[in-house]
Design a binder for this molecule. Sequence first.
Ligand code: ATP
Length: 240
Amino acid sequence: MHRSSRRTWARGPRMLLEVEDLNVYYGAIHALQGVSFSVDQGEIVTLIGANGAGKSTTLRTISGLLRPRRGAVRFRGEEITMTPAEQIVRLGIGQVPEGRRIFAPLTVRENLEMGAFTRKDPAEIAQSMERVFATARGLMSRPTLLLLDEPSMGLSPIMVEEIFRIIAEINLQGTSILLVEQNALMALQIAHRAYVLETGRIVLQGTAKELRESSKVKEAYLGLPKEALAAEGEAAVSPD
Ligand code: ATP
């Protein structure tokens, strides 16, 4: 860590990742349209949003797999917008991409199978195994910040609970986490703060509690019917 980075810490020593005005295109498709957010040290921050909102694109841009046409990514105050992906991993940003399939050595697998000895359903155990391998692989670089893309995708409710328990545990051990999820309900239960992404723009942000209580989030992402929300009243939207 060199001294010149002190200047860039102006916005607070706790800021780990800062994404500013990201604009990313796939050809003519303007997938990210000025996305800005931050992750502080020790936080779980979740980025929620529907299919196609731009969540994976955001993660791929942070990890250096995509280049923005405009905007910046800063990690610990240093700009990494154009840094090669493998260098970004070395700086301390690990990623578990969406739906990763991994072939692991048998000895590790056998160990994990022993951990599942109380469980009966082979398909569920296999699913668990796959996710544990993927998550563990992301942790092998000892990241300061872990980027997780839809870890709950395609899992049964029990498995979703389990994977979220693991994520919270990883965070308690000191790893900051940027969690991309369609399962807003679960993500907002473990996150400290959250951002809602809609068609390439951040449309809402706040503490996880504020977003859990927002009627817009309840209606659009937590699957609660309008009538139930009307019964609760609008007071819940207030940030305090
Ligand atoms: P999902 O949950 O389905 O992965 P997402 O929020 O992660 O959704 P992105 O995958 O980031 O969304 O996609 C954002 C937009 O960019 C969508 O309109 C999508 O169709 C488009 N897009 C994504 N990848 C490509 C690509 N390789 N080529 C062209 N368009 C793409």
